[in-house]
Design a protein around this ligand. Structure first.
Ligand SMILES: *Cc1c(COP(=O)(O)O)cnc(C)c1O
Length: 347
């Protein structure tokens, strides 16, 4: 049976060309700073985003957690949207690693306005409050359904941060999806963010790897924290080579994933079991079912046709398109979604 895995864009596997690039990589001990391939990746990613330096890490959770650790101390506070990955999906790591508290903004589909951010900045010189230190944005917003901040919106939030002397971090797990969809210039990001986490193992198709970007001084401190967390890898240039390959070959093609996600959205909007769909902006489709199916029953009905999706809360289902979703898989998915409308189902 044809298996169509729409659970996440993390499920992609390296292509023969990517594997070839991995085999051919020159490597060294990166804890000594001697892995040439990792050094190339760090410099390349930093240059792309107008940042001074980069740090290769095993995961996006680690790059986020390192950044937060370096920007904060205990008794300080991080402002983020309530649906943010750093709050929802990193195991409560901020309290564990940084001892910082969190101010949660109830934005719209994961996006905060400058006014909302400002309203959560604590007054100085009042011992009752934690001291606000950091604002963290997520672009694209995962739980928001892949919607994104434009550069203009980022600039307006950066202005609030500057006025209150706050650092600004970007969880850019899917930042290339945002850039490809908006047409914004990656280099301009460097002038607004103090740190950026970029994942290569999501839509870009590398098997492992994230890069943390920032100033030379910030990355120097981050390197110490990475070591403490056990993220100092040795001949990991084999992995970095896949990331370089991904940056060189798999960015522009994200448009394809976005087109496929929109096609799924268009079909979903016509089905009798759909209550509503978060309007699709990139490669994530989140939709709400009416009472014809529960999310569990719907995911199971899809699984019978070889289509994997995830339940995303009560009556909610998420699809993510990616590099390994072929045209044939897309057509099979569209057909199946239409078929499920006509079936008699018991919930
Ligand atoms: C996937 C993801 C991360 C990082 O996840 P890892 O699995 O640790 O690499 C961070 N932020 C967002 C929004 C993500 O979707």
């Amino acid at each position: 049976m044809l298996i169509t895995d729409l659970r996440s864009d993390t499920v992609t596997k390296p292509t023969p060309e990517m594997l070839q690039a991995m085999f051919a990589a020159p490597v060294g001990d990166d804890v000594y700073g001697e892995d040439p391939t990792i050094n190339v990746l760090e410099e390349k990613a930093a240059a792309m985003f107008g940042m001074e330096a980069g740090l290769f890490c095993p995961s996006g959770t680690m790059t986020n957690q390192i950044a937060i650790k370096v920007h904060t101390q205990p008794l300080t506070e991080v402002i983020c949207d309530v649906s943010a990955h750093i709050y929802q999906y990193e195991g409560g790591g901020i309290s564990f690693n940084s001892g910082a508290s969190m101010a949660l903004v109830h934005g719209v589909r994961g996006k905060m306005t400058p006014a909302q951010v400002e309203a959560h900045v604590r007054p100085l010189d009042n011992v009752h409050f934690p001291e606000t230190k950091l604002v963290a944005l997520e672009n694209t917003c995962n739980r928001g359904g892949g919607n994104y901040y434009t550069l203009e919106e980022i600039a307006a939030i950066a202005e609030v941060c500057q006025r209150h002397s706050l650092a600004l971090h970007l969880d850019g797990a899917r930042v290339f999806n945002a850039l490809v969809a908006s047409g914004d210039d990656a280099k301009a990001y460097g002038s607004y963010f103090d740190s950026i986490s970029v994942c290569l193992s999501k839509g870009l198709g590398a098997p492992v790897g994230s890069v943390l970007l920032g100033s030379k001084e910030f990355i120097k401190r981050s390197r110490r924290v990475r070591k403490v967390l056990g993220g100092g890898m040795r001949q990991a240039g084999y992995l970095a080579a896949a990331c370089i390959y991904a940056l060189d070959n798999n960015v522009e093609r994200l448009q394809e994933d976005h087109r496929k996600a929109r096609e799924i959205e268009q079909v979903l909007l016509q089905q009798d079991y759909v209550e509503d769909v978060f309007s699709v902006e990139t490669n994530i489709v989140i939709f709400r079912l009416n009472d014809r199916y529960t999310d569990a029953a719907f995911v199971e009905a899809l699984a019978k046709e070889g289509i994997k999706a995830v339940s995303f809360g009560p009556q909610m289902v998420r699809f993510v398109t990616h590099l390994d979703i072929s045209e044939e898989m897309l057509q099979h998915t569209l057909k199946t979604l239409k078929t499920l409308s006509k079936q008699e189902v018991s919930v």
